[in-house]
Design a protein around this ligand. Structure first.
Ligand SMILES: *Cc1c(COP(=O)(O)O)cnc(C)c1O
Length: 381
């Protein structure tokens, strides 16, 4: 079968596993810790929930089809997916990573992987030469986000995948911001796609989850071994919430994008706004690559205002838009990367990446866009 993405969100490409023949439309939540064996040396295919659960398996099937992969492993959080994945590497291994990553991933690399003997070089991966120059003898992984958080820099994924192949290292892409609805990194040569399902996939700001998707059986087997060992598996109810969230991914992403584009254009005309970073604006440096590798721009934007005072005022005065971390849900949220999501990034590095006291990041929700603009207008005034 070859369904379009909006159909895949609801049904996947093939058939779901029918465990009981009740005809239930919504996939059941299998709320159990363990499964009885039919006999000695026999299994129903399910033994213990850390290893697999039917609801989680159904969600993994949908994700695999959405990302054009062959295997998906679902985790309790996005960070659990990242930390399990990093266990595939050994002390002495070197990683080239985007210099503007999600703050939690930088913390994972610094506080866990560096402590355990791995080495990291952070570069602006939107500069392909910089990626090539950072490769060492012992480089085993290139880890990127595109677009980046919060500065929305775009990396040419295919060009980086060619570098990875030439140097026999893996390429992992965090696809949280655009989701498989707008971007499929495996089609562009990535080996592994990582997601925080907490964001657009689940989409309602009410649970956490994470995914690792790949076409490699070897990687998938190692990751399954790792989740069985370290235990950060996704609970059945949370799997069901994400399964339900993904059903409306296509309509939500279209609306997030429509609203974000209108707000980006409105912001660009405001006297107190210095710069708007939205990959759907034609003057964005990554616009051309985005046209080539994505089907849309998503709902995330970042902007610089004139002063720290303005930034504080806007954060304190927005009413409909809430001052909160996280992103990708139906509700519009605004955050202050300088002291929130990127508080742990060394100051010099933060500033070099363009994150300072005047930087605001907005996750544009699916409210009425005129209401959102009116809220911004009164917050700026
Ligand atoms: C939120 C996020 C993560 C971490 O995911 P959690 O579900 O919060 O653990 C990783 N990468 C990106 C880009 C994110 O936005």
């Amino acid at each position: 079968m070859n369904y379009q993405t909006d159909t895949v969100c609801i049904h996947g490409q093939g058939n779901r596993e029918e465990i009981e023949n009740t005809g239930t439309i919504s996939f059941p939540i299998y709320q159990t810790a363990a499964y009885a064996h039919p006999g000695v040396g026999q299994s129903t295919g399910y033994d213990y929930n850390r290893v697999q659960n039917p609801t989680r398996k159904e969600l993994e099937r949908i994700m695999t089809d959405l990302e054009h992969g062959l295997h998906t492993v679902a985790f309790a959080t996005g960070m659990a997916a990242v930390s399990a994945f990093m266990e595939l590497f050994a002390p002495g291994d070197h990683v080239v990573a985007t210099d503007d990553l999600y703050g939690g991933v930088i913390r994972q690399f610094r506080k866990v992987n560096e402590k355990n003997g791995m080495q990291f070089t952070y570069v602006d991966t939107s500069d392909i030469r910089a990626v090539e120059d950072a490769i060492e003898e012992n480089t085993k992984l290139i880890y990127i986000e595109s677009p980046t958080n919060p500065m929305m820099k775009v990396t040419d994924i295919r060009a980086v995948s060619e570098i990875a192949k030439r140097h026999r290292c893996l390429l992992a892409v965090d696809n949280t911001f655009l989701t498989p609805y707008f971007q499929n990194p495996l089609d562009l040569g990535a080996d592994v796609v990582i997601h925080s399902a907490t964001k657009y996939l689940e989409g309602h700001n009410d649970t956490l989850g994470g995914f690792l998707v790949t076409r490699s059986e070897e990687i998938a087997d190692k990751i399954r071994e790792m989740i069985k060992t370290t235990g950060a598996c996704l609970a059945p109810f949370d799997a069901w919430l994400i399964l339900r969230g993904i059903k409306t991914l296509s309509v939500r992403m279209e609306k997030h994008q429509e609203n974000a584009l209108a707000i980006a254009k409105w912001l660009a005309g405001q006297p107190k706004v210095r710069k708007v970073f939205y990959i759907g604006l034609e003057n964005h440096p990554g616009y051309e690559i985005t046209q080539k590798q994505c089907r849309g721009y998503g709902g995330m934007l970042t902007f610089h205002v004139d002063t720290q005072d303005t930034a504080y005022r806007v954060l304190e005065r927005v009413k409909l838009i809430q001052f909160a971390e996280s992103l990708g849900g139906t509700e519009s949220l605004m955050t202050y990367p300088f002291t929130q999501t990127h508080a742990d990034v060394p100051d010099e590095k933060r500033r070099a990446n363009g994150i300072d006291e005047r930087t605001l990041r907005m996750s544009v929700g699916i409210e009425n866009v005129q209401d959102l603009i009116a809220d911004l207008e009164q917050a700026f005034s």
